[in-house]
Every structure is written in C-alpha cells, then in structure tokens.
Design a protein around this ligand. Structure first.
Ligand code: PLP
Length: 401
C-alpha cells in the first residue's frame, strides 16, 4: 500500500516545491502529534486560525451537536439558521457602530472579494488603493489588491484601477481622491513580517478616506479574535472602518469568512440586482456553531487579556545572538534573525526540535510566532527553550556557509 507521503506527493496539487511534509495524526491544545507519537508545539496556529487551541472540547461539542441537527440546508441568505443568526448578532454586540450586519462566506479571500464588491457597488467608483506587501488572499480580486509584484505578475491582467501605496507613509495617502471606491488595509501587516502602524497612520488614513468619500476596509483576517491583545485590532488603534473583513479564527478551526458593515450599506447587495453576491456554502451552520463556541471560549477564558503577559514572556525569554528584533503586538510576533539563511535553516529544522514555525510570504529575514492564545506561561517557557536550542543549532550549522 502506498504511504500517505507518496499519496500526498502524487495526488495533491502543490503550493510549493518544498512542502513541510509532516504527517499529523491528531491535535490537541497547542500540540500536534505525528503517527509515531512525536509531539510538536504549534507556534503558528495553522497561521492564526486555532486561537482556542486544536480540538478545543467546547468547539468539538458544538460541531458534533450541530452536525447531528443539520448541515447544509440551502444557499446562504434564504433560510433562518440558528448558528448563523446567533453568531452574527454576537459579532455585532462586540463591534463598534455601525459594524452591525454580517455577510458570511467561506474564506478570507472570498470575504475580501465581497468587501470590494460592496465598496464598488456603494460608491459606483472603480479606483482601489491597497498597500505594499499587503496580503489579502489568492483569488483574482484579492490577488489584484495584493501589494507584491512577484506574486501578482503571472496573473495579469488583473482587476484594473488598483494602486499600491506605502504603509506607514502618510504622504503616499495623497493617491486617495474622490475617484476612489475603497482603501483596503491590514491594521497590522501580517505577511510583510508583522509591521505595526506608527505615527497615527490608521487615523490619518481614516481622515483621508472621510475627506475623499472612499470607504475604508480593514482586513482583520489575521489580527482578529484576540490575536493582538484586543478582540479586534481596530480597538487598539481607535479607528472604525466602513467594512471589516474576518476569517481564519472566525471559524474556530472550521472554514468561515465574513465581511461586516452597516445595515444600510449591506442592503445594497440585496437589490439592483438582487443576489449581488451569492454563495452556496457561506456561513455553513457547522462552521458558525464552531466559530461561536470558539468566541465564547475566548471571552470566557479571558484569552484576550492574557495576551500582553504572554507576549512579554516571549520577548523576555527569546534572547539570542541571532535575534536582532522581535516585532508585533500580542501573540502576532515576528522574530527577526541576522540573515534570511538563518531563517530558512531554523524553520526547516524546527520540527526536529519539536516545534512548528513558519516563514512570512514577503519577509525572508524573520519567522512568525502566533501560537494558540490558550498557550500557558509554562508552555511558553518550554517553547522558548526549544527555540533557543534550535537557534544554537542554526548558528553552528550556518556559520560555515
Ligand atoms: N487576508 C489576510 C490578512 C490573510 O492573512 C489571509 C490568509 O492568510 C487572507 C486574507 C486570505 O484568507 P484565505 O486564505 O482564507 O482565503
């Protein structure tokens, strides 16, 4: 019989020529387990998804309970499905006005597409602004607003009338004018290597959008659900966007995306023409039940409040000659090393040290740390010890290159 590794290599479409190729049999809390029983500390949460840990019992119960009642019934937007409406109302109760009306979809990319379509329909304008080294997803519209040429170029022609400004550069906001439909921004840039906004950049952006009539879209797909030490990053920066985009941790480990705006704005997708955005599986009841249960865990276990202490602990314990900087907020961190070859070695060899680490798409000189928010202080100490051992090994084995 062919091994699963062989089946993976022969029958699955690949995303790169060097996949991690780790086989995982089960997962629990912050740990992933290989079939041979080897245990790994997950320091990336499936890229900012598993905020309440893997197979959180409350989330698993909610999934089972909902699957027993019903799964897919009808395309999104027709039937009243209890997990969907309860989750939408809960999100509205946590968000500032006017972010009250939630359109559920399947993924982050689809939520980005929906947000851009909404902005275009509301403004009847076509010009869109995004930021250098931003990542908003891989579908054609989301790719069109991605701020990195290497990834966009092979797929031209893209959606037209898109311009890339510089994050944290107030002067580059001059490109926003009264032809602009929307500006899409990650409040903290993730794949750029965790770049936090400085000098009131997001407030200046809000002001510029208000002056020009452009809608402001916050992509909180990575930053949402407590990751940065507030439930949503918009609270941290005191800026309310016109449209908020969520995914990743939104589904508590199940696939779910959403874009959220005012009731009035959102009504524009329902007429002229009706069905302006439609999705078969968006807001799947099992995914909404999982997401709502996960959000209840985040609130009930006060995971958002504990983020600052956990972040400080990582920063205090991760002292090593190869580390030149630790950037980020809460448990959305980038560990900057002396050179990209150190990062390549460390990430590739992390599993041998019982760790799962990851690269950033647009920053080859740092690796990410974004563990499940349930990680304890003791687990952070153990993880940091293992990271330091890994970095010792990295230093020893990359010196001679
Ligand atoms: N936006 C941001 C900030 C992301 O980090 C991602 C995924 O990494 C996306 C959008 C796309 O989400 P998805 O992979 O669910 O389509």
């Amino acid at each position: 019989m062919l091994s699963n590794r062989r089946l993976f290599l022969d029958f699955l479409g690949k995303t790169s020529e060097m996949p991690m190729l780790l086989e995982i049999e089960k997962a629990s809390g912050i740990y992933l387990y290989a079939p041979d029983g080897k245990r790994y500390i997950d320091l990336i949460s499936g890229v900012s998804v598993s905020n309440t840990g893997h197979c959180n019992p409350e989330v698993v119960d909610a999934v089972k309970e909902q699957a027993d009642k019903y799964m897919h019934l009808m395309v999104y937007g027709e039937f009243i499905q209890s997990p969907q409406v309860k989750y939408a109302a809960k999100l509205a109760s946590l968000l500032p006005e006017p972010l009250e009306c939630c359109y559920f979809v399947n993924s982050g990319s689809e939520a980005v597409e929906g947000s851009i379509k909404l902005a275009k329909k509301l403004t009847r304008k076509s010009k869109i602004i995004s930021f250098r080294n931003s990542y908003h997803g891989s579908t054609l519209g989301a790719l069109s607003v991605q701020g990195n040429e290497k990834f966009r170029n092979p797929f031209r022609p893209l959606v037209p009338d898109i311009y890339i400004a510089d994050f944290n550069n107030a002067e580059s906001l001059e490109i926003i004018d009264d032809h602009t439909a929307c500006v899409i921004v990650e409040p903290i840039q993730g794949e750029a290597g965790i770049i936090v906004p400085v000098n009131d950049f997001l407030k200046k952006l809000r002001q510029k959008c208000d002056e020009s009539g452009a809608l402001l879209i916050f992509d909180e797909i990575q930053t949402g659900f407590g990751r940065t030490g507030t439930m949503f990053a918009l609270e941290r920066y005191g800026v309310v966007p016109d449209i908020l985009v969520l995914a990743k941790a939104l589904g508590g480990g199940m696939p779910l995306g959403a874009f959220i705006s005012s009731r009035e704005n959102m009504s524009s997708l329902a007429s002229d023409p009706a069905l302006s955005h439609i999705t078969t599986f968006g807001g799947h009841p099992v995914c909404c039940a999982a997401g709502l249960a996960s959000l209840d865990v985040i609130i009930g276990q006060k995971l958002v409040g504990s983020c600052a202490f956990k972040s400080d602990l990582f920063r205090k314990l991760l002292v090593h000659p190869l580390i030149t900087e630790i950037r980020g907020e809460g448990l959305m961190l980038a560990v900057q090393l002396a050179s990209p070859r150190h990062v390549s070695y460390a990430v590739a060899n992390a599993p041998s040290f019982g760790l799962i680490l990851d690269y950033f798409l647009f920053c080859d000189s740092a690796f990410r740390i974004a563990p499940p928010l349930i990680i304890s202080g003791e687990e952070i100490s153990i993880a940091c010890r293992q990271i330091l051992d890994l970095l010792d090994d990295t230093m020893a084995n990359t010196r001679k290159e």
